[in-house]
Each structure stands twice: as structure tokens, then as C-alpha cells.
Design a protein around this ligand. Structure first.
Ligand code: EPU
Length: 428
């Protein structure tokens, strides 16, 4: 079994480079199906969700060729509208973009239902609503989503019942080649939605309004290939910012878009970190005591739910009472039991967590119960006294590119081991 082992207490110091954004990369990779040409995608993070997206594309006939450490050539000219096996689709959330992409290109799609981190219920009713409005007959059952149109998708007006990243992305992808103008209202505004729209526009699409809550997609007859670079990952950047604050360190975090980090930056400053912003970098330093704070997770530009576990860990280190109100995922607080093993005092009541901070955390054996929960365990391990062993590392590897070596390069005593007995660490 693979584990991450951390000897806590080292202050992080130095420079770390942020990789491309997971949630933009997976959207762009599946959107390549609609392009039916050759695209080169740069700045792809080396994470298992990207590898699995490429594997899924290749299973339906795309030719994938690595053209550099973080660049891949994707040729979707010979893609066939094959059924994507449920076992493959279940490995990740973004596999449902395959449905939008095949609907756009072929007028029908049959895709295994998506998996992804377990936050309780993760409905897809808004995806079904959008595809239905666009003229598809959609059946969900037997582990598959089956969507069929008579003559291809048609443009539609869609008002989402809730702000959803996934359904906004899927609707953009599905409508990019249709006749007429599709209008999405109450659209999500996350930076990865803008990145997807920019990519498709580079390929000849006509999408306006991405980044606002009204997005218009004027269908075009066909798209063409392009070379495109994925934006930096704001959640990876936020995770390193919290790690710097948690360890009382000084970290220069390079290759970021500071605008995307505003909610995280504001909260960290409130909690006692000092942050200097540069054009595409941030310097995060923490010298004094950490202060308690209150956080409410919200769709962008609010404080991201994908930073909930990491900020909770920082709250554990701040003397006083902090609160986190989670508004996106019912099952987001599954990491709390793991933090409690390290001495954290957190009470959860439904979607509210109350953190009594200030107690010294101590190293323990914990699990990464999901991707961002795993990141929180890493931060807790870095900041606590003693040794922490984290199991279920595969969750962390879904979304963090080389997290162990990046952290080692800035002074963390961290390594990955392959068996529980191989704990004889020589950390640097
Ligand atoms: N929702 C519905 N119906 C739908 C779709 C969503 O009710 O058809 C609800 C959800 O239950 C949730 C809210 O809408 O309460 C938001 O869900 P959203 O669709 O925005 O989430 P997602 O697309 O499934 C993406 C990210 C998640 C991130 C959320 C929220 C990807 C591949 N995943 O999920 O990222 O937590 O947006 O920002 O883009 C992660 O990276 O660790 C991760 C889990």
C-alpha cells in the first residue's frame, strides 16, 4: 500500500510552481471531441484524472501523443461514437463531459455514469434538463446515461435551478456545433468555464459571456484544431498558500492568476498571513499568531468548497473559535474524523462546522477520504508535531501534480512509501 509519510514541524520556504488546473484540463480534453481535428494542449497537470480522461478519449478512437512533459497532441478526427464502459467512466467526475461532446458531434451519446469524490449525493438532473431542452431524449439507468436526438442537438434557452459548474460546462460543449444561439442563465462563473470557452473560441466557436451568469453560444458549422495552454490551478495554489501559513513559512508561489485567488487571499490575510501579489505569483509569509475566522463556501467568486478541508486545518491551528458553513456539498465534512485523530476539536452539525482551535495537533495514521481531504491531511501533517502517515494516497494523486516532490523542494520532510514497513525515512 502506498502512503505519504510526513515528519511535521518544518517551515516551508522557497519557491513552488503551480501546475495547470485539473478541472479546466479535463473539460478541455473532452471538448476536443467536438473539434474533430488535431489540438495540442499545454500545461496539463500530471495527475490521474488527466491520464484517465485521455484513456477514455483513446478508448473511442482518439490518437493521443505526448509532445512534452506537460503537452499532449489530441487527434479526434477518427473518434467513433462508441459506448464508454461504466468501469472507465466511474473513475472520475468529468467523464460526463463525454456525453455533451458526443451529443454535439454525433447527435447521441451513451456514457457510463460518472464517479468522483464522495460528497454524498451528486445529482445530474441539471445536465439532463439541459440536454432535454436541446432536443435529446435522455434515459439514466443501468449505470449509463443514454441521450438520443433525432437530427442533432438544437439551440435552447436554459435556466439552471442551481449554480452548477459541471452542467454549465456540459451545456457549452453540447451546444457548440448546433444551429442557432443557446443561452445559459444562472451559469457558473468559475475560471475553468472561461478557460473552456477560450479554448473553444480559439478553435472557431462563438461563445460570449463566460465568467458571467449569462453565457451565449452561437453554434458554428465546424471547429478547427489549435494549440492551447491550460490556466494555473487555483485550488493547488490555495493549498500551498494554506500550507505556508500553517507552517509559519515563507513561500513564493509561482504561475498563478492572483485574481482567481482573491477569496482565499482575503481569508488568509484575515487569519494572520501576509500576502504580496505579483503579476503571476504570490508571496505568502506567516510570522505572528494565527487568528480564528468564519468561512462560507460559495460558487466562484466566493470561497471555494474545494478549499474547505484545507482552511479547516488552518483554523485548528488558530487560537479561538472558527466556523465553516458549507453550502455546496452535503458530505464535505468527512475529513473531520481524520483531523480529530490528530487532536483537532471540530463539531459538525449538518452543513456547519465549529472549530475550537489552538490545541497542538499530533502526528497520526489518517486517511485521505477524498482529494481535498487528502490535501488537508498533508497540511495537518506538515504543521503538527511528530509523524503522520496518510493512506489512500490515490485520492490526492487525482488532483495534485507531484505534491510530494514539490513540498520536499521547499523544505517539507515528506515522502511516499510503498509498504507500511518501509517507514525508515531519510528526509531532506
Ligand atoms: N447539482 C445539482 N444538479 C446537477 C449538478 C449539480 O443539484 O445536475 C448541485 C450539486 O449537488 C452541488 C452543486 O450543484 O450542490 C454544485 O455542483 P457542480 O455541478 O458545480 O459540481 P461538479 O461539476 O460536480 C465541480 C468540480 C468539483 C467542485 C465543484 C464545485 C470538476 C470535475 N469538479 O464539480 O471539484 O467541488 O465543481 O465547485 O470540475 C475537486 O476538484 O476536488 C472537486 C470535487
Amino acid at each position: 500500500m502506498e502512503k505519504i509519510v510526513i515528519d511535521g514541524g518544518a517551515r516551508l520556504s522557497g519557491k513552488v510552481e503551480i501546475s495547470g488546473m485539473k478541472n479546466a484540463a479535463v473539460a478541455v480534453i473532452f471538448a476536443c471531441i467536438t473539434v474533430a481535428d488535431v489540438c495540442i494542449i499545454d500545461n496539463l497537470p500530471q495527475i490521474s484524472d488527466v491520464r484517465q480522461s485521455l484513456e477514455m478519449l483513446s478508448s473511442i478512437g482518439a490518437k493521443i501523443r505526448a509532445v512534452g512533459r506537460n503537452s499532449v497532441e489530441i487527434d479526434t478526427r477518427k473518434v467513433k461514437n462508441k459506448v464508454v464502459p461504466a468501469e472507465l467512466a466511474r473513475k472520475m467526475r468529468a467523464s460526463y463531459y463525454l456525453a455533451g461532446a458526443c451529443l454535439a458531434r454525433f447527435g447521441s451519446a451513451k456514457v457510463g455514469l460518472p464517479g468522483g469524490c464522495d460528497f454524498g449525493s451528486r445529482p445530474i438532473d441539471q445536465h439532463v434538463k439541459a440536454f432535454t431542452a436541446m432536443g435529446a431524449t435522455v434515459n439514466v439507468g443501468g449505470g449509463f446515461m443514454d441521450a438520443v436526438t433525432e437530427n442533432g442537438v438544437k439551440s435552447a434557452g436554459i435556466f439552471f435551478d442551481c449554480v452548477t459548474v459541471g452542467a454549465t460546462i456540459n451545456t457549452i460543449i453540447a451546444s457548440v456545433l448546433c444551429d442557432g444561439v443557446t443561452v445559459i442563465e444562472n451559469a457558473a462563473r468559475e475560471p475553468h468555464i472561461v478557460d473552456l470557452a477560450n479554448f473553444l473560441n480559439y478553435c472557431g466557436a462563438n461563445i460570449t459571456g463566460a465568467g458571467t451568469d449569462v453565457i451565449k453560444i452561437k453554434g458554428v458549422e465546424k471547429l478547427h484544431g489549435c494549440t492551447y495552454s491550460i490556466i494555473p490551478d487555483m485550488i493547488e495554489a490555495g493549498t500551498f498558500m494554506v500550507a505556508a501559513a500553517a507552517t509559519g513559512g515563507r513561500l513564493y508561489i509561482d504561475n498563478v492568476i492572483p485574481k482567481h485567488l482573491e477569496a482565499i487571499t482575503a481569508k488568509l490575510c484575515e487569519m494572520g498571513a501576509e500576502i504580496e501579489e505579483y503579476d503571476d505569483a504570490m508571496l505568502v509569509t506567516r510570522r505572528g499568531e494565527l487568528l480564528p475566522a468564519n468561512v462560507k463556501t460559495l460558487p466562484y467568486p466566493g470561497f471555494p468548497t474545494d478549499m474547505n478541508p484545507q482552511i479547516a486545518t488552518l483554523m485548528c491551528l488558530a487560537k479561538g473559535t472558527s466556523h465553516i458553513s458549507e453550502t455546496i456539498w452535503d458530505g464535505r465534512f468527512r475529513y473531520v474524523d481524520e483531523l480529530r485523530r490528530m487532536g483537532a476539536m471540530i463539531k459538525v452539525d449538518g452543513k456547519l462546522a465549529v472549530v475550537e482551535g489552538g490545541a497542538q495537533l499530533t502526528g497520526s495514521c489518517v486517511r485521505a477520504v477524498d482529494l481535498r481531504a487528502g490535501a488537508a491531511m498533508v497540511i495537518a501533517g506538515l504543521a503538527c508535531e511528530g509523524r503522520t502517515e496518510i493512506e489512500d494516497v490515490h485520492y490526492i494523486e487525482r488532483g495534485y501534480d507531484n505534491i510530494v516532490s514539490k513540498l520536499r523542494s521547499v523544505g517539507a520532510k515528506i515522502k511516499k512509501i510503498n509498504t507500511p514497513d518501509d517507514a525508515d525515512m531519510k528526509t531532506g
